[in-house]
Design a protein around this ligand. Structure first.
Ligand code: NAG
Ligand code: NAG
Ligand code: NAG
Length: 257
């Protein structure tokens, strides 16, 4: 099932004000809404600021604040190809969005192309959660959907495995040189799990994300699916900032940055 045009329009409206600011926000989700708990809200606010302060140093961070049932846990990371500057700017914006868009939520998720932020009032480190947060797909349809879909699977298999191997950063990318057999010269792919996941948890999350992929992306030439713990993306246009790093002209190339 492809994203309907009304969904795409909604996305455009959502994206527009932020795009003007040069941000690369994609989607967010606010859950576990509460009212009248100033202590919990205070813990969330200080947690967000702590994550923002910590993330730029290593590109990823976790944090917890509070005590008893008002304890909150958070995790953050930047996409592995984001520069320190881009990472810091992205995280500042994600924190602001969590703060302003999810004012009374004990749990939220903010996905940008370049960074991700998640917090909850329950401990979740190391646990994969493939709950859908959002998806975005290109409006362009593939010329030969069945063949194109096979190329996508081939590429995503490789980048998914690559991502799961990461020790601290669970990020894999690759390019498939199609030799124009799919009416496009190249296909680019990326898989990402939050850094707290172990290898098998990451693979399980990506497999679930791939199922969403088939529902959300239809026959489009580009798509990204975001869950609570992982993300998958492919596109016929290059979207990573590899700083001149190019892959040899073999069939599938993949790697960690
Ligand atoms: C960060 O996560 C690790 C487990 O991956 C945990 O041991 C540590 O206590 C966490 N740090 C904070 C500040 O929550
Ligand atoms: C949190 O714990 C306190 C004291 O143990 C209790 O009174 C309160 O109802 C709890 N709040 C929630 C949301 O469970
Ligand atoms: C929780 O709060 C968010 C943001 O204020 C809102 O968009 C969402 O619909 C709320 N969810 C529920 C179940 O009320």
């Amino acid at each position: 099932m492809a994203a309907s045009s009304s969904q795409l329009l909604f996305f455009f409206l959502l994206l527009l004000p932020l795009a003007i600011n040069g941000a690369d926000f994609i989607t967010l989700k606010c859950e576990a809404n509460f009212t009248g708990n100033a202590i919990l809200q205070g813990n969330i606010n200080t947690l967000l600021l702590d994550l923002e302060a910590k993330t730029s140093a290593r590109g990823f961070a976790n944090s917890s604040r509070g005590a008893g049932n008002d304890t909150v846990y958070g995790i953050s990371e930047c996409r592995e190809d984001a520069t320190a500057e881009k990472c810091a700017a992205c995280m500042a914006e994600a924190v602001l969005q969590a703060y302003t868009s999810c004012p009374n939520s004990a749990e939220s998720y903010v996905w940008h192309h370049s960074c991700f932020l998640r917090y909850a009032n329950r401990e979740f480190f190391g646990q994969a959660d493939s709950g859908r947060v959002g998806a975005w797909s290109s409006t362009v349809k593939a010329a030969d959907p069945p063949t194109f879909a096979r190329a996508v699977v081939e590429l995503l298999d490789v980048v998914g495995i690559e991502a799961s191997y990461g020790e601290y950063r669970k990020f894999g990318w690759g390019e498939l040189d199609t030799g124009r057999s799919y009416h496009v010269p190249k296909l680019y792919g990326m898989a990402e799990c939050t850094w707290d996941l172990r290898q098998q948890a990451c693979i399980n999350c990506l497999l679930d994300a791939y199922k969403l992929f088939r529902e959300d992306c239809g026959d489009r030439v580009g798509c990204v699916v975001m869950t609570k713990s992982c993300s998958l993306r492919f596109d016929v246009d290059a979207f990573l900032f590899l700083n001149g790093r190019s892959s040899p002209a073999s069939s599938v190339t993949a790697g960690h940055l």
